[in-house]
Design a protein around this ligand. Structure first.
Ligand code: MN3
Length: 194
């Protein structure tokens, strides 16, 4: 049985960039619902004993959207919470910065590409920084979809479903993404995923 992971910070710790009310609902209700649904879907099936990543890949291959969507959203949110910290953003640690410079040209170009991916994701979804064949790439996916099923390893993800920003930014998704990038990202964690 999967369970809701505890956050590494209090629900008010990211305020005002991400409010306590948003985290109460997003972590406590939305993420919990994906986990409850996932547990119900896999109960008594051959998925029940598999690790989460295997559940995602198997359900994608076998065309089981109920399992896939909830398993993938559980994985996506696990990453998302870890990618943020109070007083985040700022300088990128040297090893990650060097790789970004190598693969995108410079940090400013990467920032622009990442934010643009989130802004241009039509409807619900995610924008990502992933490793693909040892190279860093920015992509976007719709709804629950995760770059894992495209043979990439996501190391940074931002939730652009409206439940992630509507209370704090209303319809202004670009403002949310800029604030996420500049003031919330836990770059040490992102680097540790390399
Ligand atoms: Mn979400």
């Amino acid at each position: 049985m999967f369970a809701l992971p505890k956050l590494d910070y209090s629900n008010s710790a990211l305020s005002p960039i991400m409010s306590e009310r948003t985290l109460d609902l997003h972590h406590g209700k939305h993420h919990q619902t994906y986990i409850t649904n996932l547990n119900n879907f896999i109960k008594g099936s051959d998925y029940e004993k598999l690790p989460l990543e295997d559940i995602i890949k198997k359900s994608s291959k076998e065309g089981k959207p109920g399992i896939f969507n909830n398993a993938s959203q559980h994985w996506n949110h696990n990453l998302f919470w870890k990618c943020m910290k109070p007083n985040g953003g700022g300088n990128i640690p040297s090893k990650l910065e060097a790789k970004i410079n190598n693969d995108f040209g410079n940090v400013e170009k990467f920032r622009e590409e990442f934010i643009n991916a989130g802004v241009t994701q039509f409807g619900s979804g995610w924008c990502w920084l992933s490793l693909k064949d040892e190279k860093l790439v920015v992509t976007k996916t719709s709804n629950a979809e995760n770059p894992l099923i495209q043979n990439m390893k996501p190391i940074l993800g931002c939730d652009v479903w409206e439940h992630s920003y509507y209370l704090d930014y209303k319809n202004k998704r670009p403002d949310y993404l800029e604030n996420f990038f500049d003031k919330l990202i836990n770059w040490e964690f992102v680097e540790s995923n390399l």
